[in-house]
Design a protein around this ligand. Structure first.
Ligand code: FCB
Length: 475
């Protein structure tokens, strides 16, 4: 275990920011010429989202843009990471361009620049236009081409004002939750579908990055991958192998092709239905992906994971680990996620272990030492409320943020080239299948009225940004 010192100060120029995504905040789902996306369809299907919540209105950010820009300014954010709604710009996914949609993003980008905030848009944060889904969606290569066309339109329009671009948010989540487990849009539960999407989404990154590189002068292009450090929960060879396999499935199966044009070999042996075994890889594809290597990597991290090999499950149960064979994240049964029954968790069921953030940063930086890193999501889910004085106090979120930002600082002290931290999330918002009950914002949103109330964590984070420092150690 390396020794970590805890710096209070972050490097000069460290980019502090906040993150959001279009479908989670914009609302105005059928306004301004926007076409439907798979999340509109999915959220309107009974039983898909908790309480039947949808993104129809969400935080009404579309209509409250100036107010939200002023809040970002009051926070002192250096960066705002947001996503474009593809179907607001191309209502059918390709073809006719909706100028009104482009004007909305002009206003957003201009509003940020006027306030000295760097815009970092994500081209795809899960809201595929329904028109493309109807033609096969991410299972079809024609969607990969359509994504390139969309990227070229956005590059041509905003390339004079935006230089840092993220192609895709969390390919793992959209692939496995959307196509293998059916928990996210479009709600499919097929390993074969997931294998096709896994590969096509990497091709889409390449097609989007190539389009940006041909429409924007010197763009700086990243991709956001969800990651967790994966620890073996038992000290056996089988479990160490299971942890390595789980890491390959979660991280390397995306990062290795992006960085070096190869899928990790262990996975093909592990499941014949997985990408390489499923026959979706065509000649030249891996070279196409590797040719669009990202300039930097965004890491979305909330919690680490612990796994065991199935044969070790009974043994670790005795030590208080809880887990169920048969419910690993996706394909195959070679690793089982476990947690300590007594581990503190958020209302998402995510364990609270800040050192997981430090460890994953150190690990990725060890694998790819020349790749600049950003934390593009990290945050705390709570069931926040306004008290009788109209205040939103969220001390647990402050604890979480302080401990995780401290862990990020430890990673920097250990030599990681970490350039920024974008907290999830700016506003409470539509948390996908969890709906509105789960709140991640540092600004409380009263959904019936749209009223915004900065939480205690907002003031605390403003202090971190202003001083470029965090005081370490738990409270
Ligand atoms: C990530 C998503 C983001 C948000 C957080 C909590 O997986 O990218 O949109 O839902 O989780």
């Amino acid at each position: 275990m390396p020794e970590f010192s805890t710096p209070t100060h972050f490097p000069e120029g460290f980019l502090w920011g906040v993150s959001t995504a279009a479908y989670q905040i914009e609302g105005a789902a059928a306004e301004g010429g926007r076409g439907p996306s798979i999340w509109d369809t999915f959220s309107h299907e009974p039983g898909r989202v908790r309480h039947g919540d949808t993104g129809d209105v969400a935080t009404d950010h579309y209509h409250r843009l100036n107010e939200d820009l002023d809040l970002l300014s009051a926070l002192g954010a250096k960066v705002y990471r947001f996503s474009f709604s593809w179907s607001r710009v191309l209502p059918a996914g390709r073809g006719d361009v909706n100028e009104e949609g482009l004007v909305f993003y002009d206003r957003l980008i201009e509003g940020l620049l006027d306030r000295g905030i760097i815009p970092i848009p994500t081209l795809y944060h899960w809201d595929l236009p329904q028109g493309l889904e109807d033609e096969g969606g991410w299972e079809s290569r024609s969607t990969v081409e359509a994504f390139g066309e969309f990227a070229a339109i956005m590059g041509a329009r905003y390339g004079d004002r935006v230089s840092m671009w993220t192609t895709i948010n969390e390919p793992w989540v959209l692939t496995y939750l959307g196509y293998a487990l059916g928990l996210h849009a479009p709600g499919k539960a097929s390993v074969d579908s997931a294998a096709r999407v896994h590969h096509n989404i990497l091709l889409a990154h390449a097609s989007g990055a190539a389009a940006l590189r041909s429409t924007v002068t010197n763009p700086s292009i990243g991709i956001a991958l969800n990651m967790s450090e994966i620890y073996p929960a038992a000290d056996t060879e089988a479990t160490r192998g299971a942890a390595a396999l789980a890491f390959d499935q979660l991280v390397s199966s995306f990062l290795a092709p992006l960085m070096g044009g190869k899928y990790p070999t262990g996975l093909a042996e592990y499941s014949a239905q997985w990408v390489e075994g499923a026959g979706v890889v065509e000649d030249g594809d891996l070279a196409t992906i590797a040719a669009q290597r990202p300039d930097w990597l965004s890491i979305n991290e909330y919690h680490p994971r612990y796994v065991v090999a199935p044969e070790d499950l009974d043994a670790v149960r005795v030590d208080g680990w809880v887990g169920e064979a048969g419910t690993p994240f996706t394909i195959g049964q070679r690793f089982v996620d476990v947690t300590r029954g007594s581990a503190p968790k958020t209302i998402m069921g995510w364990i609270l272990e800040p050192q997981g953030l430090r460890d994953i940063l150190v690990r990725i930086s060890g694998l790819y030492p020349n790749l600049p890193l950003y934390i593009s999501e990290n945050g705390y889910a709570g069931a926040d409320f306004l008290d009788q004085n109209g205040a939103a106090n969220d001390p647990e979120r402050v604890d979480y943020l302080r401990d995780h930002i401290t862990a990020a600082g430890e990673a920097i002290a250990a030599g990681v080239d970490l350039r920024g931290y974008f907290l999830w999330s700016f506003l409470d918002n539509f948390e996908w299948a969890e709906g509105y009950m789960t709140r991640f914002g540092i600004v409380y949103v009263d959904y019936p009225t749209g009223l915004r109330t900065p939480k205690t964590s907002f003031a605390w984070y403003r202090g971190v940004i202003a001083s470029n420092a965090v005081s370490g150690g738990p409270s």
